[in-house]
Design a protein around this ligand. Structure first.
Ligand SMILES: [Zn+2]
Length: 54
């Protein structure tokens, strides 16, 4: 059983998911790429929107 790498909740569903929800995925990537977001906002935005929920 896997845990969400953002909030630590147990992930229900596909076993290859890293996040329990899209919200946690967004929060995680926002934290990780905040600097990129600040300097390359459009690039960050397209990265998040094209990334498959996983
Ligand atoms: Zn989570």
């Amino acid at each position: 059983m896997r845990s969400c790498i953002d909030c630590g909740d147990v992930i229900v569903g596909r076993s290859d998911k890293k996040f329990c929800s899209g919200h946690c995925r967004s929060a995680f990537y926002y934290d990780k790429f905040e600097v990129i977001h600040l300097s390359h906002g459009q690039l960050y935005r397209s990265f998040i929107e094209t990334e498959e929920f996983c």
